[in-house]
Design a protein around this ligand. Structure first.
Ligand SMILES: [Zn+2]
Ligand SMILES: [Zn+2]
Length: 161
């Protein structure tokens, strides 16, 4: 006969489920279904790698919202950046900051989708400002290099850890 187990968080509740990581018994209310089995709330939260890149719908929406905000706010910021020395360096820092904002909005999951949102949000202000030069075919390579730095930094901020 199976020994009856009791939820480690609710000692009075009997359960047949135990955490896939630590083996502690958990009741159906406490258990968290993950990709790698049922876990206790602590272990379901712990391994970042196991859940990284899996943004929930509301986190995706928030990331996109912040991304649009970054893209709009970035236009005047990029305009000022072009007037400053070390544009590429400041652009990289600004891009990283933008990436972190988007990462936080997405519940710090990071991952491919977060990177795409961050890269687009960071590239848009540069492209808006550079478009006239691009169309005229008289583009200075320096702002382009600054854009590349900003975009890479934004992507790096959203890599999975
Ligand atoms: Zn556990
Ligand atoms: Zn419980």
């Amino acid at each position: 006969m199976a020994e009856s187990m009791h939820c480690y968080r609710h000692p009075k509740r009997e359960t047949r489920v135990s955490c896939a990581t630590c083996g502690r018994p958990i009741c159906t209310e406490c258990m968290v279904a993950t990709d790698v089995g049922i876990k206790c709330p602590e272990d379901a939260r712990l391994p970042r790698g196991a859940r990284a890149g899996v943004m929930k719908t509301d986190q995706v929406l928030r990331s996109i919202l912040v991304g649009v905000g970054v893209a709009l706010a970035g236009i005047p910021i990029a305009y000022v950046l072009f007037l400053l020395p070390f544009t590429w360096l400041i652009s990289a820092a600004a891009g990283y900051g933008a990436g972190v904002l988007i990462n936080r909005a997405g519940g710090r999951n990071g991952g491919p989708l977060a990177i795409v949102i961050a890269v687009l949000a960071t590239a848009v202000p540069f492209l808006v400002l550079l478009a006239p030069d691009l169309l005229a075919g008289s583009l200075d390579p320096r702002p382009l290099i600054a854009m590349v730095f900003a975009v890479i930094a934004a992507g790096v901020a959203n890599r999975q850890v």
